[in-house]
Design a protein around this ligand. Structure first.
Ligand code: NAP
Length: 475
């Protein structure tokens, strides 16, 4: 179903979209599939709703958002099952997403009360200067499938907290989770038109969201290619934009690192969500003298990972989202082999007699080199190459030799070196001996072609506010 102006709706055409479980290949549901007309109506209703929503106090918005957070938690198991069924991640990870997704809503509920302005010291006694912050207006939000709950809440919660209204287009593979979140908005009693959900063809909905002058802000999470197109398309109406785009994270292990902690860190940053995370490790750089031991230990751990249907409690790695994703992963592996890579484990598709999904064996590639595609491109799957390096300077140069700049990880027991790496790595997020740097409080976002703006943290709400300078001549 679509959700427009406080009503659950079918599409005008009656078209629907079938939703499949990527672990089993089974159809699990179908949803209304709409186009430009419904999107335009949703924008207009969001614009109408903005006129009153922007007049509410931070306190009032906070109360409603807290109810939403509670409802997500109360319905957490059902939503987690939906996440796993429609995108495949292990149920244990889906439950963690319930926690992080609802925490974002609670965090921004609290931030709604902290939208401060500034008083600026005036250069003359008869003037009073101020900077006030106001909600920007209607927000067009476009989200991917890999974190179908938290990508939605990390955008909508700060937008609503700021006093904006929203039209969301979720990924077509994971609309069911978005619908569940909207049921929470509905039950919490958000006024009609404040949040709207449209599901349909990306180009058509994207064109309406980016060209319609009533939309004042586009927030997008997805690939860099699509992000660049949305930036270009938003230019004609000069919208504010936030872009959370692709990653190509380096994971650097120095000779003085705690080896076991680094191996554990590499496993978790690589294989969480089956490698389908923008901050996933995509390249491991290990100091030459410890590379062999590191590779053996990493491959031994990767071999132990339990691959299967995410609904089984013991599963650690689920299926890839679709056949196209699996083909990309396999092409990176084949290309690495063609460039003298050595497969330490995995390296091929995994078949199950009772499942019809896109499973790939957790794969570790040794002797990686810069001629391999995987050295340049985001793989978005359970494959990791090991490169070696001789010096700190060399590894900094290699790690930064990419247009991406989202997340980087570094393992060392030398504090000075850790601080130098923090300074030198051209990445928006740096984990030093920390494989899980992201919490609700983190300002999440990339540098270079990995994005513009921040989500989460106290910075997240700023993306939905505009600043107005006021000068009062006191006389
Ligand atoms: P994607 O192909 O860019 O799609 C993301 C969303 O954009 C989907 O809803 C998609 O809908 C929509 N879309 C595609 N073309 C569009 C257009 N012309 N106009 C409007 N919307 C359009 O990315 P994905 O494959 O779903 O997600 C994986 C990518 O997201 C990776 O590169 C990953 O690194 C990145 N990501 C980044 C972050 C971050 O925070 N930086 C977080 C998660 C993921 P359709 O599917 O219908 O095309």
């Amino acid at each position: 179903m679509l959700y427009i102006n406080g009503e659950w709706r079918h599409s005008l055409s009656g078209n629907t979209l079938d939703i499949y479980n990527p672990a089993t290949g089974e159809k699990i549901s179908n949803v209304a599939y709409c186009g430009k007309e419904e999107t335009r109506e949703a924008i207009e209703k969001a614009h109408d709703a903005f006129q009153t929503w922007k007049q509410t106090t931070g306190q009032e918005r906070a109360q409603l958002l807290k109810k939403v957070a509670d409802l997500i938690r109360e319905n957490g198991e059902e939503i987690a099952q939906t996440i796993t069924k429609e995108m495949g991640k292990p149920i244990t990870e889906a439950r963690r997403e319930i926690i992080s997704g609802s925490n974002y809503v609670e965090w921004f509920a609290e931030e709604a009360k902290r939208i401060y302005g500034e008083t600026i010291p005036a250069p003359q006694i008869d003037k009073h200067l101020m900077l006030v912050q106001q909600p920007i207006g209607v927000v067009g939000a476009i989200t991917p499938w890999n974190y179908p709950l938290s990508m939605v809440t990390r955008k909508i919660a700060p937008a609503l907290a700021a006093g904006c209204t929203v039209v969301l287009k979720p990924a077509p593979s994971t609309p069911l989770t978005a619908i569940k979140v909207f049921e929470c908005f509905y039950k919490a009693g958000l006024p009609k038109g404040v949040v709207n959900l449209v599901i349909g063809p990306a180009e058509e909905i994207g064109a309406e969201l980016t060209s319609n002058p009533l939309v004042r802000k586009i927030t997008f999470t997805g690939s860099t290619t699509v992000g660049k197109k949305l930036i270009r398309d938003s230019a004609d109406t000069v919208k504010k934009i936030s872009m959370e785009l692709g990653g190509h994270a380096p994971f650097i292990v120095f000779e003085d690192a705690n080896m076991d902690a680094a191996v554990e860190g590499a496993i978790s940053t690589k294989f969480v969500n089956n490698g389908q995370t923008c901050i996933c490790t995509n390249r491991i750089y290990v100091a030459e003298e410890i590379a062999e031991e590191f590779g053996e230990k990493l491959a031994a751990k990767a071999l132990q990972l339990i691959v299967g249907n995410g609904l089984n409690e013991s599963t650690q790695v689920g299926p890839l989202i679709n056949e196209q994703a699996l083909k990309k992963v396999d092409s990176h592996v084949k290309d690495a082999i063609a460039h003298n890579g050595e497969i330490l484990c995995g390296g091929e598709r995994m078949e199950f007699s009772n499942l019809n999904g896109c499973f790939y064996k957790p794969t570790v590639i040794n002797h990686a080199n810069d001629r391999m595609k995987i050295a340049q491109e985001e793989t978005f799957g359970p494959v990791v190459p090991i490169f070696t390096f001789k010096s700190e300077g060399e590894v900094i140069e290699k790690a930064n030799n990419t247009n991406y700049g989202l997340a980087a990880y570094c393992y060392t027991s030398d504090l000075g070196r850790g601080l130098r790496m923090m300074r030198e790595l051209d990445y928006g997020i740096v984990g030093i001996n920390d494989p899980a740097p992201i919490v609700t409080q983190s300002p999440f976002g990339g540098l270079k072609e990995s994005g513009i703006g921040k989500e989460g943290g106290k910075q997240g709400i700023q993306e939905y506010l505009e600043k107005k300078f006021v000068s009062i001549l006191i006389g």
